[in-house]
Design a protein around this ligand. Structure first.
Ligand code: C5P
Length: 313
């Protein structure tokens, strides 16, 4: 932290300082959802894995706070103060008694409202970019505290790699990952609202006792050893029945990927993006080709994990 902003120079002019931060998407290799808490959140055992799909957040000084977004789904991203990236800049500025006069530009590649923490990534990216631009020199702990105020998944977007999230997902313990995992993501048309998926999960479980959420030891061991077959058999998402209930067509997407040779398929977080774990890079490419040909998704993307957290470019 506390890095000075890079200054772009051309031969005849000196332009304004500009900072760009690259931030990864995530998939939850385990999302165990415990009982509903009095504050409306659920206690989780949330095993996050950062994957190599990225948004880029660029900040430059401006007369007032301004936000622009480009990329697939940009038209669905709010441009007012409800945007998490704008809220990140405001939160940091308030702590330091300065005005959040910055132009935040987000180049999106993470699916919007797709269950891959795209909005959280943009918040973590804007926070780190503004801290760098303004020279506010926050410690990691200070940045993580702001992240946790902004949203349950935002701290993980800052740190990347793999981590177990407890509480509502914001209390992180880093996890060791012993290899590269190859993933395919099937992108859907339109998004799903995270609160709506949690509410549907509560509705579906209304008549069953809900145990405390706990991480599965075999899953943590599969991450540690880098074994895709072992990880495939331990993948679990308690929000999947709710996402399927709200978007039944996802069942066909999941089926297409497993038919095409994926080791396992699951809904990513609250969906509607579907995630497929592949044996290796070659298998991931053929699963993606089959998903594209199946017509059960808008597009398929191949990538690998773990990916690093928010990084100043
Ligand atoms: O923390 P965040 O703003 O991302 O949460 C969005 C919504 O997701 C919450 O308002 C809540 O409905 C749901 N949620 C939850 N339990 C969590 C995390 C999120 O119920 N642990």
């Amino acid at each position: 932290m506390g890095r000075s902003p890079s200054v772009q120079r051309s031969p005849s002019t000196v332009t304004a300082p500009v900072v760009t931060v690259r931030v990864p998407a995530k998939v939850n290799v385990q999302l165990a959802v415990g009982p509903l808490r009095p504050d409306g959140f659920h206690d989780l055992a949330n095993v996050f894995l950062a994957v190599g799909l990225y948004d880029e957040v660029t900040v430059t000084p401006a007369d007032s706070l301004r936000l622009t977004v480009e990329g697939p789904g940009a038209e669905y991203v709010p441009l007012d103060a409800s945007n998490l990236a704008a809220r990140a800049a405001i939160a940091l500025a308030e702590r330091h008694g300065i005005a959040p006069d910055v132009h935040i530009h987000i180049a999106k590649d993470i699916p919007v409202a797709g269950g891959m923490a795209g909005g959280s990534a943009d918040a973590a990216g804007a926070l780190l970019a503004c801290d760098t631009l303004w020279g506010t020199g926050s410690t990691r702990e200070e940045l993580l505290a702001i992240c946790a105020e902004l949203g349950s998944d935002v701290p993980f977007s800052l740190v990347g790699g793999a981590a177990l999230g407890r509480g509502r997902g914001e209390i992180l313990t880093p996890l060791e990952v012993g290899g590269t995992f190859h993933w395919v993501f099937a992108l859907a048309d339109g998004g799903l609202s995270t609160p709506a998926v949690y509410a549907e999960c509560d509705r579906l479980r209304a008549d069953t006792p809900v145990p405390e959420a706990a991480a599965t030891p075999t899953l943590l061991e599969a991450l540690r050893t880098g074994d895709p077959t072992a990880l495939a058999s331990a993948l679990a998402n308690d929000l999947q029945p709710a996402a399927l209930s709200l978007r039944p067509s996802l069942a066909a997407t999941l089926h297409s990927g497993t038919q095409a040779g994926a080791l396992a398929a699951l809904v990513s977080g609250s969906g509607p993006t579907c995630a497929f774990l592949a044996k290796d890079a070659e298998s991931a490419t053929s699963v993606a080709d089959a998903l594209t040909a199946s017509g059960t998704c808008r597009a398929a993307r191949v990538t690998s994990a773990p990916a690093p957290g928010a990084t100043v470019l």
